[in-house]
Design a protein around this ligand. Structure first.
Ligand code: ARG
Length: 501
């Protein structure tokens, strides 16, 4: 027999190398408070169901409280030889309360359901934190949008000037994309938000436990019923990581735009000094390092998702120790995403946009050619393909001659060749990006009217999402309060079965 909590059938401890190989202490550090909360909920349920006595419960809750206090004062040491957070907390409890009391906490429980409780409680908070940060970033974009529904900029395809759009239109594109990131996180949250406790090792238990009761104490919306499926499942981690990976792809796209928009050659934006870094040799340099690291760290999050999916793919139903490898990639991605969202919001909020230069660029390099073709379709009874060809010929000629749409005489000459007459007044309005943007009529287009309408809708959605987060937070906090109220009542001598829940 060894000193390990599971050591009864062993004649030897693992070697120190093996101990080191098995442990998850570093990763589990994040879940100490969650482990205590889960244990309190479990113990209270056991006592209310008559599985342990009121005296057992008092001792257990008393010692769990001491662990919490010590942890909050940074005095609770997690040792590698204790393997993980679950055994560390339980061992402390057993040492304090004695095995005849402390040893009862693990009745009708396994580390297999316990680790899921801890991880789910932790991820639930993290998803809400990340959602709040996405919304903060959306608000930055909505502010830019509402101030710039008429600020013309070139819209790009293939990173080549395509058609005039507005800065407000560009900004709302990100708000629109982040709405889907929020929805994906909501879907992940829904699968995180189910109670695995009571699944035990894989097959539930012959004790008369109440899984709905622990769900209530832990603020879970539902019970993850099927016990074998529950303890085998890590798809909620995959879903969370997948949502984070796709979110990073949006943030990386934005970072990439900031990187080349802030080049001397583009000269569209200037990033604030506090969101850039210098060079150790070239005194003049101001590098977009925040944006670059956003782009670079996206790889970490993609890698995390692949790491997890690969770990999961070969595992049969049931708990397998491989599953312990779910947390390192998830923790690292949560960290990257949280930090990236914070600095991105600051970077975008503080950047300076050169609106004059954007306006110049918006109408240059023939960006209004499509609108000229549209005009010809409407006024000259030709097919779009015919008009595309005529305008293509016009652009090709002007380009070869080093001229632009502003050379109305030349435009007129080429169009006359095709038996087409466009008045100079009409040319002025078609080729002016500021007027051009008002001609867009379709749903979701850059016309100031349409962008204003979308801003109003996105703003309403932001409010709705904020309210949902608030409700989710309240639900969690209320469950925490309920558990703590019961703990307090029990410790002050009340009969746990007489406490109203
Ligand atoms: N540290 C383990 C993990 O993260 C806890 C569960 C251990 N379960 C077991 N049967 N050994 O997965």
């Amino acid at each position: 027999m060894t000193k390990k909590l599971w050591g009864g059938r062993f004649s030897k401890d693992p070697t120190s190398d093996v101990e080191d190989f098995l442990q998850s202490i570093e990763v589990d550090r994040e879940m100490v408070l969650e482990d205590i909360w889960g244990s309190e909920a479990h113990a209270i349920m056991l006592a209310r169901q008559g599985i342990i006595t009121g005296e057992d419960l008092r001792k257990i809750l008393y010692w769990l409280n001491i662990v919490r206090e010590k942890y909050l004062k940074n005095e609770f040491t997690l040792r590698k030889e204790d393997e993980d957070v679950h055994l560390s907390v339980e061992k402390y409890l057993i040492e304090g309360a004695g095995p005849e009391y402390g040893g009862k906490l693990h009745t009708a429980r396994s580390r297999n359901d316990q680790v899921l409780v801890d991880a789910k409680l932790h991820i639930r908070w993290k998803i809400l934190e990340i959602k709040k940060k996405i919304i903060a970033l959306q608000k930055v974009f909505l502010k830019i949008a509402s101030e710039n529904t008429e600020t013309v900029i070139p819209g790009y395809t293939h990173t080549q000037e395509a058609m005039p759009v507005t800065l407000g239109f560009w900004a709302t594109a990100y708000v629109s994309a982040f709405n889907r990131d929020l929805r994906r996180l909501d879907n992940a949250y829904d699968n995180v938000d189910s109670n695995p406790l009571g699944s035990c090792a894989l097959a539930g238990t012959s004790f008369n436990i109440d899984r709905r009761m622990t769900a209530k104490f832990l603020g879970f919306s539902k019970v993850h019923e099927h016990t074998l499926d529950a303890i085998s499942s890590r798809d909620f981690v995959a879903e969370t990581l997948c949502s984070l990976a796709i979110l990073m792809s949006t943030l990386s796209k934005l970072a990439e735009e900031m990187i080349y928009w802030s080049t001397f050659e583009f000269g569209i934006v200037e990033l604030d000094d506090s969101y850039t870094a210098g060079s150790s040799i070239m005194p003049q340099k101001k590098n977009p390092c925040v944006a670059e690291l956003t782009r670079g760290r996206t790889g970490r999050v993609y890698g995390s998702l692949m790491q997890l999916l690969t770990m999961m793919k070969g595992i049969p139903m049931g708990y397998n120790r491989d599953l312990q490898e779910d947390k390192p990639p998830l923790w690292s991605s949560l960290d990257v995403v949280e930090k990236t969202l914070t600095v991105t919001a600051g970077m975008i909020e503080t950047m300076k946009v050169d609106k004059k230069r954007l306006e110049e660029l918006a109408g240059s390099n023939f960006t209004t050619a499509t609108e000229l073709a549209n005009h010809l379709v409407r006024e000259h009874g030709l097919s779009f393909r015919q008009c595309h060809h005529i305008v293509g010929d016009l652009v090709g000629t002007l380009h070869r001659e080093g001229k632009t749409f502003m050379d109305f005489n030349e435009v007129d000459k080429v169009l006359s060749k095709h038996k087409i007459k466009v008045t100079y007044a009409k040319m002025r309005s078609i080729f002016d990006p500021k007027q051009n943007i008002h001609t867009y009529r379709s749903q979701g287009s850059p016309s100031p009217k349409e962008v204003k309408r979308m801003i109003a809708e996105f703003t309403a959605e932001v409010k709705k999402n904020e309210k949902i987060i608030q409700q989710q937070e309240t639900k969690i906090k209320d469950a925490e309060k309920l558990t703590q109220r019961i703990v307090k009542d029990v410790l002050s001598g009340k009969d746990v079965c007489a406490i109203k829940i």
